[in-house]
Design a protein around this ligand. Structure first.
Ligand code: SF4
Ligand code: SF4
Length: 80
């Protein structure tokens, strides 16, 4: 079973080029076309959090280094 992952996208660095969306094997990224960053550009977001497998395709292909990928176990534990 592939690892579960999570991505953080720095929307101010994102120019909405769509490369990460096209590179994602599980189709869990999308462009947010209902909002823009401060430069007036659409930005990518993780639309299906449960489907990310931490493959890193998106972060490798992003020309603006806007994406950081985490494996689920890398995330800070929630306090209960
Ligand atoms: S790490 Fe892989 S599965 Fe996760 S959003 Fe990026 S391309 Fe998709
Ligand atoms: S590849 Fe990078 S710049 Fe292009 S849409 Fe994805 S996050 Fe934004």
């Amino acid at each position: 079973m592939p690892a579960k992952g999570y991505v953080e996208i720095d929307i101010e660095r994102c120019k909405g080029c769509d490369l990460c969306v096209l590179s994602c094997p599980t189709d869990c990224l999308a462009l947010n076309i209902s909002d823009t960053n401060s430069y007036g550009l659409y930005y990518a977001y993780l639309k299906e959090e449960d489907d990310c497998i931490a493959c890193m395709n998106c972060s490798v292909i992003c020309p603006d280094a806007a994406i950081t990928v985490y494996k689920k176990e890398d995330q800070p534990k929630q306090r209960s």
